[in-house]
Design a binder for this molecule. Structure first.
Ligand code: ZN
Ligand code: ZN
Length: 279
């Protein structure tokens, strides 16, 4: 089993730590505050990935650890939170689509992929987003994506790559802010996400999104699968990234410049505070 080399100071979370996080630390309150009126959380579909990259998962979930398990059949967010604790996932996601009925697009999904970003009466649009990851950055020591694939280190990253991607996120934020009115950024655990909440882009189809991604993909390490809308899942803000043991936290523009996941308390889960004290 291959382990990814991570920036020094970061490590995988253990199963018990993941469970503890969702039982004791995770709360919907800041999530709801962050989305505000942009999203009705009660009508949002969620998903968990149990252990795709970390290969850390409970034995009872063997066989389902790699895929995304969709959680769209629930009666309350409290129940969803309980499911997070039950699965002890490596990652928790929300579906960027806006639906009339969160479970109403089942028929539109073929082989786990949603057919439309186009016409379906149940589909009200999708949040536009950009995903900046360190593997897409050309590192003087570790090379670009090709080298990392050869070394089976596509999910690994070093400090240099992280800092580079942080710089890119700041620049891209500035550019997008000239174009859109409501651009937000979150630290994603390995990199950064930019969310565009402008109402006017929700109904954009795939071709418009692809065109936009093309404008930026040469200069920024963005994942155009996310921007084009093909991949609708996005890490849920305030959830735990189990590969690095950090909380995905929203940042404002000042916080982004110089943000350090090793020292910034807002992203460090409680289970690490405690183990630091014991040392
Ligand atoms: Zn649909
Ligand atoms: Zn590197």
């Amino acid at each position: 089993m291959r382990r990814y080399r991570l920036m020094r100071g970061l490590r995988y979370s253990r199963l018990g730590e993941r469970r503890l996080f969702y039982e004791r630390e995770f709360s919907w309150r800041p999530v709801a505050r962050w989305f505000g009126r942009e999203r009705d959380l009660d009508n949002t579909s969620f998903a968990v990935v149990i252990g795709r990259h970390s290969h850390v998962f409970a034995k009872k979930f063997a066989g389902s650890e790699k895929g995304a398990l969709v959680i769209d059949d629930y009666s309350s967010l409290a129940e969803v939170k309980k499911k997070f604790a039950f699965f002890m996932p490596e990652g928790v996601y929300y579906d960027r689509n806006y639906y009339l009925d969160r479970a109403g697009c089942e028929k539109c999904t073929v082989n786990g992929k949603m057919r439309h970003l186009e016409s379906c009466d149940n589909w009200l649009g999708q949040e536009l987003a950009f995903d900046l990851d360190p593997e897409n950055v050309e590192c003087p020591a570790h090379g670009g994506l090709e080298e990392k694939m050869r070394e089976h280190q596509t999910m690994g990253f070093c400090k240099w790559e992280f800092e580079e991607v942080e710089k890119q996120a700041g620049e891209l934020w500035k550019l997008l802010s000239q174009r859109f009115r409501r651009v937000r950024v979150t630290y994603s655990g390995r990199g950064f996400h930019l969310h565009v909440f402008d109402y006017g882009v929700r109904r954009w189809g795939r071709s418009e999104r692809k065109r936009l991604a093309k404008e930026y993909e040469d200069d920024y390490g963005i994942d155009d699968w996310i921007t084009s809308g093909e991949m609708r899942l996005m890490r849920l803000p305030y959830s735990l990234h189990g590969m690095v043991s950090r909380i995905a936290v929203p940042l404002d523009q000042q916080e982004l410049a110089g943000f350090n996941p090793l020292t910034d308390k807002t992203c460090i889960p409680r289970f690490l505070h405690q183990s630091e004290k014991k040392k």
